[in-house]
Design a binder for this molecule. Structure first.
Ligand code: PLP
Length: 354
Protein backbone atom coordinates (compact mmCIF):
# COMPACT_ATOMS: atom_id res chain seq x y z
CA UNK A 1 0.00 0.00 0.00
CA UNK A 2 1.28 3.44 -0.96
CA UNK A 3 2.40 5.54 2.03
CA UNK A 4 1.31 9.05 2.92
CA UNK A 5 4.68 10.58 2.20
CA UNK A 6 5.50 13.65 4.34
CA UNK A 7 9.20 13.41 3.54
CA UNK A 8 11.17 16.68 3.15
CA UNK A 9 12.84 15.80 -0.12
CA UNK A 10 13.24 13.69 -2.12
CA UNK A 11 9.55 13.43 -1.50
CA UNK A 12 6.13 12.65 -2.88
CA UNK A 13 5.72 13.25 -6.62
CA UNK A 14 2.47 13.22 -8.59
CA UNK A 15 1.54 9.56 -8.92
CA UNK A 16 -0.08 10.34 -12.28
CA UNK A 17 3.34 10.88 -13.88
CA UNK A 18 4.76 7.51 -12.84
CA UNK A 19 3.04 5.53 -15.57
CA UNK A 20 4.57 7.70 -18.30
CA UNK A 21 7.89 7.90 -16.47
CA UNK A 22 8.01 4.09 -16.26
CA UNK A 23 6.96 3.61 -19.87
CA UNK A 24 9.78 5.92 -20.99
CA UNK A 25 12.29 3.57 -19.35
CA UNK A 26 10.96 0.74 -21.51
CA UNK A 27 10.39 2.63 -24.76
CA UNK A 28 10.65 6.38 -24.92
CA UNK A 29 8.06 7.96 -27.26
CA UNK A 30 8.15 4.94 -29.60
CA UNK A 31 11.82 5.49 -30.37
CA UNK A 32 12.55 1.84 -29.63
CA UNK A 33 15.05 3.07 -27.04
CA UNK A 34 14.85 3.61 -23.32
CA UNK A 35 15.09 7.22 -22.11
CA UNK A 36 18.08 5.88 -20.14
CA UNK A 37 19.79 4.92 -23.40
CA UNK A 38 19.09 7.77 -25.76
CA UNK A 39 21.57 10.47 -26.66
CA UNK A 40 20.96 13.84 -25.06
CA UNK A 41 21.57 15.21 -28.58
CA UNK A 42 18.75 13.13 -30.10
CA UNK A 43 15.78 15.09 -31.45
CA UNK A 44 13.53 13.29 -28.95
CA UNK A 45 15.49 14.51 -25.93
CA UNK A 46 16.25 17.98 -27.29
CA UNK A 47 12.50 18.55 -27.48
CA UNK A 48 12.13 17.41 -23.84
CA UNK A 49 14.73 19.92 -22.72
CA UNK A 50 13.18 22.71 -24.79
CA UNK A 51 9.69 22.07 -23.49
CA UNK A 52 10.87 21.81 -19.87
CA UNK A 53 12.71 25.13 -20.11
CA UNK A 54 9.79 26.84 -21.80
CA UNK A 55 7.20 25.41 -19.41
CA UNK A 56 9.17 26.48 -16.34
CA UNK A 57 9.14 30.08 -17.62
CA UNK A 58 5.48 29.86 -18.62
CA UNK A 59 4.33 28.59 -15.21
CA UNK A 60 6.27 31.36 -13.48
CA UNK A 61 4.82 33.99 -15.84
CA UNK A 62 8.31 34.93 -17.01
CA UNK A 63 8.07 34.35 -20.76
CA UNK A 64 9.27 37.19 -23.00
CA UNK A 65 10.63 39.16 -20.07
CA UNK A 66 14.34 38.64 -20.60
CA UNK A 67 14.61 35.48 -18.50
CA UNK A 68 16.24 32.18 -19.44
CA UNK A 69 15.57 28.83 -17.76
CA UNK A 70 18.37 26.27 -17.59
CA UNK A 71 18.68 22.85 -16.00
CA UNK A 72 21.99 22.28 -14.24
CA UNK A 73 23.50 19.70 -11.87
CA UNK A 74 25.12 19.97 -8.47
CA UNK A 75 21.91 20.69 -6.58
CA UNK A 76 20.93 23.96 -4.96
CA UNK A 77 24.20 23.70 -3.02
CA UNK A 78 26.12 24.32 -6.23
CA UNK A 79 24.05 27.46 -6.73
CA UNK A 80 25.29 28.81 -3.39
CA UNK A 81 28.68 29.31 -5.04
CA UNK A 82 27.63 29.69 -8.67
CA UNK A 83 25.46 32.72 -7.94
CA UNK A 84 28.36 34.41 -6.18
CA UNK A 85 30.85 33.35 -8.86
CA UNK A 86 28.73 35.02 -11.55
CA UNK A 87 27.36 38.04 -9.69
CA UNK A 88 29.53 39.01 -6.73
CA UNK A 89 32.08 41.62 -7.77
CA UNK A 90 32.45 43.58 -4.52
CA UNK A 91 29.62 43.24 -2.05
CA UNK A 92 26.39 41.28 -1.64
CA UNK A 93 23.65 41.34 1.01
CA UNK A 94 22.20 38.13 2.46
CA UNK A 95 19.21 37.54 4.71
CA UNK A 96 19.99 34.65 7.04
CA UNK A 97 16.86 32.63 7.74
CA UNK A 98 18.29 29.18 8.35
CA UNK A 99 20.72 26.42 7.56
CA UNK A 100 20.51 26.85 3.78
CA UNK A 101 20.95 30.64 3.89
CA UNK A 102 23.93 30.15 6.21
CA UNK A 103 25.49 27.74 3.74
CA UNK A 104 24.91 30.20 0.89
CA UNK A 105 26.59 32.94 2.94
CA UNK A 106 29.62 30.73 3.64
CA UNK A 107 30.18 30.09 -0.06
CA UNK A 108 29.63 33.71 -1.11
CA UNK A 109 32.32 34.87 1.31
CA UNK A 110 34.88 33.17 -0.94
CA UNK A 111 34.11 35.71 -3.66
CA UNK A 112 33.64 39.08 -1.98
CA UNK A 113 32.23 41.01 0.94
CA UNK A 114 29.03 39.62 2.36
CA UNK A 115 26.73 41.73 4.53
CA UNK A 116 24.33 39.69 6.62
CA UNK A 117 21.45 42.17 6.78
CA UNK A 118 19.56 40.23 9.46
CA UNK A 119 19.45 36.80 11.02
CA UNK A 120 16.91 34.83 13.02
CA UNK A 121 19.59 32.59 14.49
CA UNK A 122 18.95 34.10 17.95
CA UNK A 123 15.71 32.06 18.10
CA UNK A 124 16.85 28.95 16.25
CA UNK A 125 15.46 30.41 13.01
CA UNK A 126 11.81 30.13 14.04
CA UNK A 127 10.88 33.45 12.41
CA UNK A 128 11.66 35.63 9.40
CA UNK A 129 13.38 38.94 10.30
CA UNK A 130 11.32 41.92 9.11
CA UNK A 131 13.22 45.08 9.98
CA UNK A 132 16.53 45.45 8.28
CA UNK A 133 18.35 47.78 5.97
CA UNK A 134 19.87 46.67 2.73
CA UNK A 135 22.94 48.67 1.71
CA UNK A 136 22.67 50.41 -1.66
CA UNK A 137 26.11 49.60 -2.98
CA UNK A 138 25.57 45.86 -3.41
CA UNK A 139 25.78 43.60 -6.44
CA UNK A 140 22.72 41.61 -5.32
CA UNK A 141 20.47 40.65 -2.43
CA UNK A 142 20.03 36.94 -1.61
CA UNK A 143 17.20 35.30 0.31
CA UNK A 144 15.65 31.86 0.85
CA UNK A 145 11.91 31.89 0.20
CA UNK A 146 11.11 28.80 2.26
CA UNK A 147 13.19 27.36 5.08
CA UNK A 148 12.70 23.64 4.67
CA UNK A 149 14.23 22.69 8.01
CA UNK A 150 12.63 25.28 10.30
CA UNK A 151 9.26 25.58 8.56
CA UNK A 152 9.25 29.33 7.95
CA UNK A 153 8.39 31.04 4.68
CA UNK A 154 8.86 34.58 3.45
CA UNK A 155 5.44 36.05 2.71
CA UNK A 156 6.82 39.36 1.44
CA UNK A 157 10.07 40.24 -0.24
CA UNK A 158 11.89 43.55 0.18
CA UNK A 159 12.04 45.88 -2.78
CA UNK A 160 15.67 46.30 -3.64
CA UNK A 161 17.36 48.33 -6.37
CA UNK A 162 20.00 45.65 -6.90
CA UNK A 163 19.21 42.24 -8.45
CA UNK A 164 17.35 39.85 -6.14
CA UNK A 165 18.52 36.22 -5.97
CA UNK A 166 16.21 33.68 -4.35
CA UNK A 167 16.68 30.06 -3.30
CA UNK A 168 13.20 28.62 -3.95
CA UNK A 169 14.21 24.98 -3.62
CA UNK A 170 11.37 24.03 -1.34
CA UNK A 171 8.46 26.19 -2.48
CA UNK A 172 8.88 26.81 -6.20
CA UNK A 173 5.62 26.30 -8.15
CA UNK A 174 3.68 26.16 -4.85
CA UNK A 175 2.23 29.67 -4.63
CA UNK A 176 1.55 32.66 -6.81
CA UNK A 177 4.11 35.44 -6.56
CA UNK A 178 5.20 38.21 -8.86
CA UNK A 179 8.22 36.24 -9.99
CA UNK A 180 9.51 39.22 -11.97
CA UNK A 181 10.62 40.77 -8.67
CA UNK A 182 13.44 38.19 -8.72
CA UNK A 183 16.38 38.34 -11.10
CA UNK A 184 17.68 34.86 -10.38
CA UNK A 185 15.69 31.97 -8.95
CA UNK A 186 17.22 28.57 -8.26
CA UNK A 187 15.74 25.33 -7.01
CA UNK A 188 16.86 21.74 -6.67
CA UNK A 189 14.26 19.59 -8.43
CA UNK A 190 13.66 17.13 -5.63
CA UNK A 191 10.67 18.78 -3.94
CA UNK A 192 8.03 20.25 -6.22
CA UNK A 193 9.62 19.55 -9.59
CA UNK A 194 10.93 16.02 -9.98
CA UNK A 195 13.59 13.56 -8.93
CA UNK A 196 16.93 14.64 -7.47
CA UNK A 197 19.66 15.32 -9.99
CA UNK A 198 18.42 18.39 -11.85
CA UNK A 199 18.50 21.98 -10.64
CA UNK A 200 16.42 24.70 -12.22
CA UNK A 201 17.94 28.16 -12.63
CA UNK A 202 15.83 31.00 -13.99
CA UNK A 203 17.91 34.08 -14.62
CA UNK A 204 17.33 37.50 -16.11
CA UNK A 205 20.03 37.61 -18.71
CA UNK A 206 20.90 41.28 -18.30
CA UNK A 207 22.33 40.76 -14.79
CA UNK A 208 25.10 38.55 -16.19
CA UNK A 209 28.52 39.56 -17.50
CA UNK A 210 29.13 42.24 -14.85
CA UNK A 211 32.01 40.66 -12.90
CA UNK A 212 35.66 41.00 -13.84
CA UNK A 213 36.80 37.55 -12.83
CA UNK A 214 37.25 34.66 -15.24
CA UNK A 215 34.51 32.11 -14.73
CA UNK A 216 35.21 28.44 -15.52
CA UNK A 217 32.81 27.25 -18.25
CA UNK A 218 30.85 24.85 -16.08
CA UNK A 219 30.28 27.61 -13.53
CA UNK A 220 29.25 30.22 -16.09
CA UNK A 221 25.50 30.79 -16.52
CA UNK A 222 26.09 32.45 -19.89
CA UNK A 223 27.79 29.33 -21.23
CA UNK A 224 24.86 27.14 -20.20
CA UNK A 225 22.37 29.58 -21.70
CA UNK A 226 24.26 29.78 -24.99
CA UNK A 227 24.41 26.01 -25.20
CA UNK A 228 20.67 25.65 -24.48
CA UNK A 229 21.41 23.83 -21.23
CA UNK A 230 23.41 21.19 -23.12
CA UNK A 231 26.97 22.38 -22.50
CA UNK A 232 27.61 18.97 -21.01
CA UNK A 233 25.44 15.88 -20.72
CA UNK A 234 22.37 16.89 -18.72
CA UNK A 235 20.69 14.49 -16.25
CA UNK A 236 18.39 13.20 -18.96
CA UNK A 237 15.94 11.21 -16.84
CA UNK A 238 15.67 13.81 -14.06
CA UNK A 239 14.89 16.50 -16.64
CA UNK A 240 12.33 14.25 -18.31
CA UNK A 241 10.46 13.49 -15.09
CA UNK A 242 10.65 17.19 -14.19
CA UNK A 243 8.96 17.92 -17.52
CA UNK A 244 6.20 15.42 -16.72
CA UNK A 245 5.71 17.12 -13.34
CA UNK A 246 5.62 20.59 -14.91
CA UNK A 247 3.00 19.35 -17.40
CA UNK A 248 1.02 17.92 -14.47
CA UNK A 249 1.12 21.31 -12.70
CA UNK A 250 -0.12 22.99 -15.88
CA UNK A 251 -2.89 20.43 -16.42
CA UNK A 252 -4.09 20.88 -12.85
CA UNK A 253 -4.49 24.63 -13.37
CA UNK A 254 -0.97 25.95 -12.86
CA UNK A 255 0.52 27.54 -9.76
CA UNK A 256 -2.84 29.10 -8.82
CA UNK A 257 -4.41 25.65 -8.41
CA UNK A 258 -1.33 24.39 -6.52
CA UNK A 259 -1.59 27.33 -4.12
CA UNK A 260 -5.29 26.76 -3.46
CA UNK A 261 -4.71 23.14 -2.50
CA UNK A 262 -1.55 23.95 -0.52
CA UNK A 263 -3.49 26.56 1.49
CA UNK A 264 -6.23 24.04 2.26
CA UNK A 265 -3.68 21.48 3.46
CA UNK A 266 -1.83 24.05 5.57
CA UNK A 267 -5.05 25.36 7.14
CA UNK A 268 -6.16 21.83 8.00
CA UNK A 269 -2.91 20.92 9.73
CA UNK A 270 -2.15 24.24 11.46
CA UNK A 271 -5.73 24.41 12.80
CA UNK A 272 -5.18 21.03 14.43
CA UNK A 273 -1.75 22.01 15.79
CA UNK A 274 -3.34 25.12 17.36
CA UNK A 275 -6.45 23.34 18.63
CA UNK A 276 -4.93 20.17 20.01
CA UNK A 277 -3.37 20.74 23.46
CA UNK A 278 -0.84 17.95 22.82
CA UNK A 279 0.90 19.92 20.05
CA UNK A 280 2.50 23.30 19.54
CA UNK A 281 3.83 24.88 16.37
CA UNK A 282 7.53 25.69 16.11
CA UNK A 283 7.52 28.64 13.70
CA UNK A 284 6.15 32.12 14.41
CA UNK A 285 2.50 32.09 13.29
CA UNK A 286 2.79 34.81 10.63
CA UNK A 287 5.83 33.12 9.07
CA UNK A 288 4.49 29.58 8.93
CA UNK A 289 5.43 27.64 5.84
CA UNK A 290 2.71 26.02 3.75
CA UNK A 291 5.29 23.48 2.60
CA UNK A 292 6.98 22.28 5.79
CA UNK A 293 4.92 22.75 8.97
CA UNK A 294 7.08 22.05 12.02
CA UNK A 295 5.63 21.16 15.41
CA UNK A 296 6.41 19.57 18.75
CA UNK A 297 4.58 17.56 21.37
CA UNK A 298 3.73 19.52 24.51
CA UNK A 299 4.29 16.36 26.52
CA UNK A 300 7.36 14.42 25.42
CA UNK A 301 6.17 11.30 27.25
CA UNK A 302 3.63 10.85 24.40
CA UNK A 303 6.39 10.53 21.80
CA UNK A 304 6.61 6.76 21.66
CA UNK A 305 2.86 6.38 21.36
CA UNK A 306 2.49 9.10 18.72
CA UNK A 307 5.38 7.70 16.68
CA UNK A 308 3.90 4.24 16.61
CA UNK A 309 0.43 5.62 15.77
CA UNK A 310 1.48 7.60 12.70
CA UNK A 311 3.65 4.77 11.46
CA UNK A 312 0.68 2.41 11.81
CA UNK A 313 -1.41 4.90 9.81
CA UNK A 314 0.99 4.37 6.90
CA UNK A 315 2.60 7.80 7.27
CA UNK A 316 6.22 8.23 6.21
CA UNK A 317 8.83 10.88 6.94
CA UNK A 318 7.27 12.85 9.81
CA UNK A 319 10.29 13.11 12.11
CA UNK A 320 11.69 16.63 12.40
CA UNK A 321 15.16 17.63 11.31
CA UNK A 322 17.77 17.03 14.03
CA UNK A 323 18.32 20.80 14.50
CA UNK A 324 14.66 21.37 15.40
CA UNK A 325 13.50 18.02 16.78
CA UNK A 326 9.80 17.21 17.01
CA UNK A 327 7.94 16.77 13.75
CA UNK A 328 7.92 18.17 10.25
CA UNK A 329 5.07 17.42 7.89
CA UNK A 330 6.37 18.33 4.45
CA UNK A 331 3.37 18.92 2.23
CA UNK A 332 4.58 19.52 -1.29
CA UNK A 333 2.31 20.00 -4.31
CA UNK A 334 1.80 16.30 -4.91
CA UNK A 335 0.68 15.47 -1.36
CA UNK A 336 -3.09 15.06 -1.23
CA UNK A 337 -5.48 16.69 1.20
CA UNK A 338 -6.53 13.16 2.17
CA UNK A 339 -2.99 12.41 3.38
CA UNK A 340 -3.08 15.49 5.61
CA UNK A 341 -6.46 14.38 6.94
CA UNK A 342 -4.95 11.01 7.87
CA UNK A 343 -2.29 12.83 9.93
CA UNK A 344 -4.88 15.08 11.59
CA UNK A 345 -6.98 12.02 12.47
CA UNK A 346 -3.95 10.45 14.16
CA UNK A 347 -3.31 13.64 16.15
CA UNK A 348 -6.96 13.65 17.30
CA UNK A 349 -6.83 9.99 18.17
CA UNK A 350 -3.76 10.63 20.32
CA UNK A 351 -5.65 13.34 22.19
CA UNK A 352 -8.67 11.06 22.80
CA UNK A 353 -6.50 8.23 24.08
CA UNK A 354 -4.27 10.44 26.24
N1 PLP B 1 18.11 25.16 -0.24
C1 PLP B 1 16.99 24.70 0.33
C2 PLP B 1 15.91 25.67 0.72
C3 PLP B 1 16.84 23.32 0.57
O1 PLP B 1 15.72 22.86 1.16
C4 PLP B 1 17.88 22.44 0.21
C5 PLP B 1 17.77 20.99 0.45
O2 PLP B 1 16.85 20.51 1.05
C6 PLP B 1 19.04 22.97 -0.38
C7 PLP B 1 19.11 24.34 -0.60
C8 PLP B 1 20.17 22.09 -0.81
O3 PLP B 1 19.77 21.42 -1.93
P1 PLP B 1 20.68 20.30 -2.64
O4 PLP B 1 20.68 19.11 -1.75
O5 PLP B 1 19.94 20.09 -3.93
O6 PLP B 1 22.02 20.86 -2.85
Amino acid sequence: MKKHNFSAGPCVLPQEVFQEASQAILDFNDTGLSILEISHRSAAFVSVMEEARQLALELLGLENKGYKAIFLQGGASMQFLMTAYNLLQDKAAYLNTGTWSSKAIKEAKLFGEVVEVASSKDQNFNYIPKDYNIPEDINYFHCTSNNTIFGTQMKNFPSVDAPVVCDMSSDIFSRELDFSQFDLIYAGAQKNMGPAGATLVVVKEDILGKVNRQIPSMMDYQVHIEKDSMFNTPPVYAVYVSLLTLRWIKDKGGIKAMEELNNKKATLLYNEIDRNPLFKGFAATEDRSTMNPTFNLTDESKKEKFDSMWKEANINGLSGHRSVGGYRASMYNALSLESVQVLVDVMQKLEKEA
